[in-house]
Design a protein around this ligand. Structure first.
Ligand SMILES: Cc1cc2nc3c(=O)[nH]c(=O)nc-3n(C[C@H](O)[C@H](O)[C@H](O)COP(=O)(O)O)c2cc1C
Length: 168
């Protein structure tokens, strides 16, 4: 018999990860986004990544209409933003600086709040229980400075070290 949901969550929560905000535009150009930790880098040639979004997510609905998104790797001091984007607020972007991603159909890049970002175009969606896996081609991206935000056993924490962006 499969593990029950509470036990599953607590076992998965014992694995520390970074935190990302996935952003997109809906069909009318309104920015949407959510906090997630379920991000993986999949392939380097071609560059592919994967995120897993709940079928109830409003961001997923918008993303499936525009089929492009940005993965924003959150900076250590932006736990407040992680909390806001994990909520069901209507106005998550109020007061948040962003610019449109040229290679991801204008999806929001949160450069002031991130240590790196990846501009993605959706290549395939895969049904997975109560989530949808989104496999995407990485069209552009950049590394910024700072330390990333981590998540472990329901708690946010800063990576202990800040780093400058490497010369590419
Ligand atoms: C640490 C953390 C990790 C999360 N991971 C995911 C995830 O992998 N997939 C997902 O769909 N939601 C995840 N969520 C929950 C969403 O952020 C939350 O359901 C949000 O309200 C969805 O917003 P939306 O409906 O506006 O898209 C996570 C939340 C937190 C705090």
């Amino acid at each position: 018999m499969p593990l029950d949901a509470a036990a599953f969550r607590s076992v998965m929560g014992a694995f520390p990860t970074g935190i990302v905000i996935v952003t997109t535009l809906d069909g009318t150009g309104v920015p949407k986004g959510l906090t997630t930790q379920s991000f993986i880098s999949v392939s380097t040639g071609p560059p592919l990544l994967l995120v897993s979004l709940a079928k109830t997510s409003r961001t997923l609905r918008a993303l499936l209409s525009t089929r492009a998104f940005v993965v924003n790797f959150l900076a250590a001091d932006r736990g407040d933003l992680a909390t806001r984007f994990a909520s069901k607020d209507e106005d998550k972007f109020t007061g948040v600086a962003w610019r449109p991603a040229a290679s991801a159909k204008g999806a929001p890049i949160l450069a002031d709040d991130s240590v790196a970002y990846a501009e993605c175009v959706l290549s395939r969606e895969i049904d997975a229980g109560d989530h949808t896996l989104l496999l995407a081609s990485v069209e552009d991206g950049a590394v910024l400075s700072g330390a990333p935000l981590m998540y472990y056993r329901r708690t946010y924490a800063a990576w202990p070290e800040e780093r400058d962006a490497p010369a590419l």
